[in-house]
Ligand binder design. Structure first.
Ligand code: N01
Length: 492
């Protein structure tokens, strides 16, 4: 079908962007502000927002403060809280879509199924589920890192007679009041949900396999005075943002350099647990036995208090199987449940698993990434000319705002597009040896960080390879993505 397109036709757009989440919208805004290139954003859903549109579970909020978890060029002086809630981020993204005139560039309900590089014509042909084919000179994936829910391989899931769902597919139509609810998992999603529903349900069984490291969140409303202040003196909000950025970046000093030490964060977390949980037995169950930071450090003001409610039980052997009427824990004990909530995370390695991407000479990205994705600077992949992947392999973070990384990548894409124009080139492709050397360096660095200190986490492939995190300070990533180094690429 792709070949049925006219071979000679010029591409319909300069750039096709996949997805209208934080990264896809950010890319669209950069192109719109630049004003030099035509573009379209293909979005499978009927609204913008990506992960912030999809995750609507009770208590969903960001663990990066509002001033930092927003575009640097579009500060919102009127965030209501120190940490933004899901609905407020969603409103912010809708607002940015209108403010920067992006809506006319978005095709909603357009799920990309295939994207193929056409060597002869040096264009991308992108096919959506309704059979439409869009052609473009460059293809930018803004499909996100955490959008494919991970359902654990567990016996009996299909036998359960009650209702069950994954946190990212929250069911608003099922009231939890007075029900026996089982939550499986104790990651970032679960610890936000537990305090919200514990007060409503009859019984809450929380199946923990590994306790998370938790530090206080310190969330609070932003005063009207501060909002007015930011509105009238935006530079001061930028200063506050910079201070928050620096504070988060300082965490990397420990994570990168002290893989076997805790630093002040560990002391804070232990003291917090001691103060919050008086029962030594429960405290022992909640004490992590791996290095702080190896899994994502969580922040919460209300999780520990919720666990001490009489109707909440913490089961520390995890969940082994599901029956018709409930959950069997790791020790073989069965507990009945009316509702099971899978807070079991995502499959970040399936970055582009729902789209078949074919590069130069018909090579398949899905096949090449089967045992773990690999790119150069998390953004370009050798053999896939003019293809850019935002939030790509080894560009995620365990300590700071992803929007900072995304903006760095967008600058890189914009520079790459400018280089093509300057050179009158049709395509650029990162050299295979450049990509290989880069990844060798990334893996060597990762092995010396806290993320290589021996725990399991969604950062790792089943073989234990970290294809997810950037192993360095974020300002170094920014410095490296500021400009395309032409010697790293082949231009055609
Ligand atoms: O998923 P996770 P998440 N029995 O993978 C457990 C982002 N996020 O959705 O640790 C019992 O962290 C598993 O146990 P273990 C953020 O980047 C951000 O919570 O593997 N438990 C783990 O506890 C975050 O890191 C925000 O031993 C089982 C849990 O399931 C990422 O999304 C908010 C089990 C999965 O935790 C993912 O967070 C929410 C079993 N059989 C999410 N199988 C913000 O605030 C698995 N588990 C921005």
């Amino acid at each position: 079908m792709l070949r049925a397109m006219s071979e000679r036709a010029p591409p319909e757009f300069d750039v096709v962007i996949a997805g209208a989440g934080v990264s896809g919208l950010g890319m669209g805004i950069a192109l719109k502000r630049d004003g030099k290139r035509s573009f379209v954003i293909l979005e499978k859903a009927n609204a913008v927002g990506g992960t912030w549109r999809d995750n609507i579970y009770p208590g969903c909020a960001c663990d990066i403060p509002s001033n930092l978890y927003s575009y640097s060029f579009a500060q919102n002086p009127r965030w209501s809280r120190l940490y933004p809630t899901q609905s407020e981020i969603q409103d912010y993204l809708e607002h940015c879509t209108d403010r920067f005139g992006l809506r006319e560039h978005i095709r909603f309900g357009a799920a990309i199924e295939r994207a193929a590089w056409d060597d002869a014509n040096a264009i991308w042909r992108i096919e959506t589920s309704d059979g439409d084919i869009v052609t473009a000179r460059a293809f930018v994936s803004g499909m996100g890192g955490l959008h494919v829910p991970h359902m654990p391989e567990m016996d009996g899931v299909e036998r359960f007679k009650g209702e069950s769902w994954h946190t990212a597919r929250w069911r608003d139509d099922v009231a939890l009041d007075g029900k026996r609810v089982a939550i499986i998992g104790t990651g970032a999603s679960a610890i936000q949900i537990v305090p919200q529903i514990a007060t409503k349900v009859a019984k809450l069984d929380l199946y923990q396999r590994t306790p998370p490291w938790i530090v206080p969140k310190g969330d609070k409303p932003v005063s009207e005075n501060t909002k007015d202040f930011y509105e009238h003196a935006p530079a001061l909000q930028q200063v506050a943002r910079l201070a928050t950025y620096a504070e988060h970046e300082s965490h990397a000093v420990i994570f990168l350099n002290l893989p076997n030490g805790e630093g002040p964060g560990g002391k804070l977390a232990r003291t917090y647990l001691e103060r919050q949980v008086s029962d030594p037995m429960l405290r022992a169950k909640l004490t992590p036995n791996y290095r702080m930071g190896c899994k994502r450090v969580l922040i919460s003001d209300d999780y520990y208090p919720a666990l001490q409610r009489a109707n909440v039980e913490l089961i520390t052997s995890g969940a082994r199987a599901i029956t018709e009427s409930g959950v069997i824990d790791g020790k073989g004990v069965a507990r009945e449940a009316d509702v099971i909530i899978f807070a079991t995370g995502f499959k970040p390695m399936d970055l582009i698993s729902q789209v078949e991407i074919t590069g130069a000479g018909g090579r398949s990205l899905n096949a090449e990434w089967a045992s773990g994705p690999q790119a150069y600077l998390g953004t370009v992949v050798s053999g896939y000319p003019n293809f850019f992947t935002l939030m790509g392999p080894n560009s995620a973070l365990g300590h700071n705002s992803m929007i900072y990384m995304i903006e760095s990548q967008i600058a890189f894409v914009m520079d790459a597009l400018a280089r093509l124009d300057e050179r009158g080139a049709a395509a650029l492709d990162v050299k295979a040896e450049t990509q290989a050397a880069f990844n060798e360096d990334v893996q060597a660095k990762l092995s010396r960080t806290v993320w290589g200190s021996g725990c399991t986490s969604w950062y790792l492939t089943p073989d234990g390879k970290n294809c997810t995190l950037w192993p360095d300070y974020t300002f170094k990533f920014r410095a490296r993505t500021k400009r395309v180094r032409e010697e790293d690429f082949e231009f055609t």
